[in-house]
Design a protein. Structure first.
Lengths: 259, 364
């Protein structure tokens, strides 16, 4: 009798232990699956973030909690703005404005990226891009001008689409300038971006503004001009005083590029 | 667009191998390739059009380790391949680590977060070093090397790790520019096949050679300064043989090869390699001013039709994502003969390796 009780007791205990082990294993598996899913999401976020910020900087932020890196670099800055868009947007429905802008930005970003540029920020109906950062680019000036020409051509194609939809064409003005900047991840805890600051940025913006004065769509500074070969068909513009600059600024407009 | 470290799933890769088919392989070469790969990869007969490239690849596959382990070598290959987004090398190296017994969890940790991976500090320090070398933005210098020495690495072991990383870069570029298709080995460690074959493959992997030092012999020749640093390591001899083979082959003109190497060196801001390429260009009739103008403008009135195409594409072999690199290589296929196309792949791969490896010159 004691033997039977002991056997039954052991059997019940074994079943209970087995059942508990099984439940624990299933629970561990569910936790592992959840962790795997969360890790996958984090990886996806990290990859998405790397579209805006260099990989080394992303890892810096992850492991040190803050972006500590800033560096001085020689880059080429592009400012691009849609001419007359603000006035047009006041007479156009909001949905159409957004649609026009997004289509234009998609077209523009592709043209910039195809020529090794990096669109840093959108500024209303314009944007700032740069060449030579986050990664060095020995031919950044040439790339920037080719990108501007590609944007000109791409916009012509986009305007054909707009015309078919009964919408007015867009017109872009582009300014290019090369020089030193400070590059880094800048902002607050709530909002950061990888960007560049310095006089080079201000000058590029001023040169974009000069396109109206010279009635052209693309203007580049002497520092960009110096690095181009003679396949670029350029027209020198008169030297002009620019706010914030002690010396007159020399600029060039561009007809075409002979490949 | 800057390259990003990839996971398996998101590497965009051409569905077709870009390397043209060459003539049937000679029996001894087929045997050697099968001994290394277990099958004849699609790119092998095309690579045979450029004997120095195929021979170099096989030499690297057969190369023994001296100061490090084969598992360390596989980890170096995986980290560099992940960083380069080389679908082919990433797949193979990951599979080798699984077969040789590394836990999936540990491999995943390496892939996701090298900093937090559970491994000895000296090994982690070495992998961080080689990732910096791979990214070359900027390349690691004397300070980073000092960190490895402090972590317990000997100078010769550091040199071997750097050469392994350069070898991985060379493979990555060769396989990416070729759009080599994923190897059958990738699936061999999983499921029923894994259960059956893994023990056999693990035993085979454990027989990979551990070697003695091999004197370089004649260390002169192009890029001798870089190769000489690893005198004694098998990798130095292999690089020496590849460089000499590349420079003396009659497929692409020597001048064209120097242009490719100079452009890659300029893209990676490697003064030593650029000087060496310009020296070769001088021997081929380019004046100092010609080379200077060529590198500033990435064009030259002295270029022939093929060089005018190759020079701009060479720069895109350095940092572009695979899809872009393979797109550019498609442009070249219409311009070069099959052998020239394959040799471009070889020279560009060699240039990418050498211009990163020259960071070791900082110690000299």
């Amino acid at each position: 009798m004691p033997f039977i009780i002991a056997t039954v007791g052991l059997t019940v205990l074994s079943v209970a232990l087995f059942s508990m082990t099984l439940r624990l294993r299933n629970r561990c598996k569910r936790i592992e699956d959840t962790l795997e899913s969360v890790t996958g999401n984090l990886e996806h976020l990290q990859r998405s973030f790397q579209r805006f910020v260099p990989q080394d900087v992303v890892e810096d932020i992850i492991h040190r909690g803050v972006a500590t890196r800033g560096e001085r670099r020689e880059i080429t800055v592009m400012f691009a703005d849609l001419v007359g868009f603000t006035a047009m947007s006041e007479e156009t429905s909001p949905e159409t404005v957004v649609r026009l802008l997004n289509g234009y930005f998609q077209t523009a970003t592709r043209a910039i990226a195809q020529h090794n540029g990096y669109v840093s920020k959108f500024l209303g109906d314009g944007f700032m891009a740069f060449f030579g950062a986050p990664e060095p680019n020995p031919w950044q000036e040439t790339d920037s001008v080719k990108a501007a020409l590609a944007l000109r051509e791409a916009l012509a194609g986009y305007n054909e689409t707009l015309e078919r939809d009964g919408l007015p064409p867009l017109k872009v003005s582009i300014g290019l300038h090369a020089g030193p900047v400070v590059a880094g991840v800048i902002g607050s805890l709530e909002l950061v971006e990888y960007t560049v600051i310095g006089d080079t940025v201000n000058t590029a913006s001023r040169i974009e503004g000069l396109t109206r004065k010279f009635e052209t769509d693309i203007l580049l500074s002497q520092s960009v001009r110096d690095k181009l070969d003679d396949r670029f068909d350029l027209i020198q513009q008169p030297a002009i005083e620019v706010k914030g600059k002690a010396e007159p600024v020399h600029t060039w407009s561009i007809n075409a590029y002979r490949d | 667009m800057p390259a990003t470290a990839a996971t398996y799933e998101n590497i965009s890769w051409s569905p077709d191998c870009l390397v043209p088919q060459g003539p049937p392989l000679q029996p001894e070469i087929s045997k050697r390739i099968k001994a290394q790969y277990g099958y004849i990869p699609e790119f092998a007969s095309g690579f045979a059009l450029v004997p120095w490239l195929l021979d170099g690849i096989m030499r690297f596959n057969e190369m023994p380790v001296v100061h490090i382990t084969h598992q360390m070598k596989d980890m170096v290959m995986m980290i560099v391949s992940q960083d380069s987004s080389c679908r082919y090398c990433y797949g193979i190296s990951r599979s080798l680590l699984q077969i040789s017994g590394m836990a999936d969890k540990q491999i995943r940790q390496l892939e996701q977060d090298l900093y937090a991976a559970d491994m000895p500090i000296d090994r982690k320090a070495a992998l961080e070093y080689i990732r910096k070398l791979s990214r070359a933005n900027p390349r690691p210098g004397a300070q980073e090397e000092e960190g490895l020495l402090e972590a317990g690495w000997g100078k010769e072991a550091v040199t071997e790790v750097a050469f392994m990383a350069a070898e991985a870069i060379l493979f990555n570029r060769a396989m990416t520019l070729s759009a080599a298709q994923p190897a059958p080995l990738e699936g061999m460690s999983k499921g029923l096949r894994g259960m059956l074959f893994k023990p056999i493959m693990k035993r085979q992997l454990s027989k990979r050679p551990i070697g003695q030092k091999v004197p370089l012999g004649d260390a002169n020749g192009p890029y001798g300064g870089i190769v000489r640093i690893a005198d004694g390591l098998p990798g130095a001899l292999t690089f020496r043989v590849m460089i000499d083979g590349a420079m003396s082959s009659g497929i692409l003109p020597r001048r064209s090869k120097a242009i490719i190497l100079a452009v890659i060196a300029r893209m990676l801001l490697c003064d030593a390699c650029e000087r060496e390429a310009v020296r070769i260009l001088a021997e081929e009739g380019f004046s100092e001013e010609d080379s200077k103008q060529m590198l500033e403008k990435l064009s030259s009135p002295l270029f022939d039709e093929k060089e005018a195409k190759m020079a701009p594409i060479a720069r895109h072999t350095v940092r572009a994502q695979p899809a872009e690199m393979q797109g550019r290589m498609n442009e070249l296929r219409g311009v070069l003969t099959p052998a020239e196309f394959v040799e471009f792949i070889g020279v560009a791969s060699l240039g990418n390796a050498l211009s990163r490896l020259s960071c070791l010159l900082d110690r000299c």
